[in-house]
Design a protein around this ligand. Structure first.
Ligand SMILES: [Zn+2]
Ligand SMILES: [Zn+2]
Length: 374
């Protein structure tokens, strides 16, 4: 049971490491909206107004700071603090060169492992909207974005201490959840995140669910157990008629018969040199776990990884020269199917119905409500 974990993040600030995999040496910080106080090692240095820029470079484990006019000193930590809750700050990495990004709320810079560590001190719903924008793109409808916001929030609640030993909570890469700045491409994303504020998904044992999703399941989702040997009663296969007409629902890949035979032999398959091509054929009407020939088998997961396939959900047809993998779907196939969920939203399903379609036996819980009732 996980009941003791229930709490609310409302009114709290998250600490997200930005460009976490990048060895940042030099950045330009500017304000896009509202004045920002600049604090060097707990001393207020100045106020940065909209369109002012600050230049920060790493030097001997310190941060050198200068404005467009003057050097301002060197510091272990530099904070950019918005006067209110509406500030927007822009980060332009000079070394290495990276397209500028904009973030809500505050920023703390320090030095870690000879790079500039940039932590976005951000309100949870601002972060969640940014992740939804990065993970789901700008072209879906409100109820889809509400479902995706609830999943992103659920992951956040379950992983708040993922990087705690490094001085922040989550990174901005796919290791945690992709976050490339605030959501600016579609205002409906921010609306969806606000409309679901505080809501998370819990399993029947009152633990946060493993809030997984993928691009397209190809018509049937995969069980958590088949994908990761980690079975959950809410991650069970679901027939999905909603995604099968999307562009990523089908794929093919051709491999020479010689290469395919060599690959299978290297994994212990025993067949004679004159084994007819049709013996290599294989069919998946519903999802299977193994490619099999008589007594020999190999996990489909392994084939997917070795040949960099879009999914494990493929059949095999063969001729004298080559085999063709006829595949369905894109991604691991577990949990919410984004293409299917987008289509469900388009034809009128609500976010809670979408979540309950892909995750079985779940409850959608308002954490703010739970805490305020204590
Ligand atoms: Zn991470
Ligand atoms: Zn699907």
């Amino acid at each position: 049971m996980c009941l003791t974990k229930l709490f609310s993040l409302q009114g709290q600030t998250l600490h997200i490491s930005l460009l976490n995999e990048t060895p940042i040496k030099s950045v330009i910080i500017s304000s896009l909206k509202g004045p920002y106080q600049i604090i060097g090692d707990s001393t207020l240095l100045m106020t940065m107004d909209s369109n002012d820029a600050m230049y920060i470079t790493i030097f001997e484990q310190r941060l050198l700071l200068r404005s467009s006019q003057n050097p301002l000193g060197n510091f272990a930590t530099i904070k950019f603090v918005s006067h209110d809750t509406t500030g927007v700050i822009r980060i332009s990495c000079v070394s290495p060169k990276i397209d500028s990004r904009q973030y809500n709320d505050n920023l703390t810079l320090s030095v870690a492992f000879e790079r500039i560590l940039m932590i976005n001190d951000v309100q949870p719903d601002n972060y969640i909207a940014g992740v939804v924008d990065a993970e789901a793109g700008p072209n879906a409808g409100l109820e889809f974005y509400k479902a995706q916001s609830i999943l992103v929030r659920t992951y956040l609640y379950g992983n708040l201490d993922r990087h705690i030993t490094e001085g922040f909570q989550l990174c901005d890469g796919v290791h945690c959840q992709a976050y490339r700045g605030r959501a600016v491409r579609n205002p409906i994303i921010v609306q969806a995140t606000k409309a679901t504020s505080g809501y998370v998904v819990m399993a029947s044992d009152s633990c946060y669910i493993n809030a997984v999703f993928h691009a397209n399941c190809g018509g049937e989702t995969e069980s958590g157990g088949n994908a990761w040997l980690n079975n959950k009663n809410y991650l069970v296969p679901v027939k999905d008629p909603f995604c099968v007409n999307s562009s990523s629902a089908r794929w093919t890949k051709t491999i020479s018969l010689v290469q395919w035979k060599n690959y299978l032999k290297s994994h212990g398959f025993k067949f004679t040199a004159d084994c007819a091509p049709n013996n290599f054929e294989f069919s998946q009407i519903t999802r299977k776990q193994y490619y099999k020939m008589e007594r020999d088998s190999i996990p489909l997961r392994q084939i997917r990884s070795d040949f960099q396939l879009k999914s494990t959900f493929f059949s095999v047809v063969a001729n004298a020269k080559e085999i063709t993998l006829k595949g369905r779907g894109f991604g691991h196939g577990v949990g919410l199917c984004q293409d299917g969920a987008m289509y469900m939203a388009k034809i009128g399903y609500k976010s809670n119905d979408i979540l309950k379609y892909y995750f079985k036996g779940i409850r959608i819980v308002n954490t703010g409500h739970l805490v305020s009732n204590k």
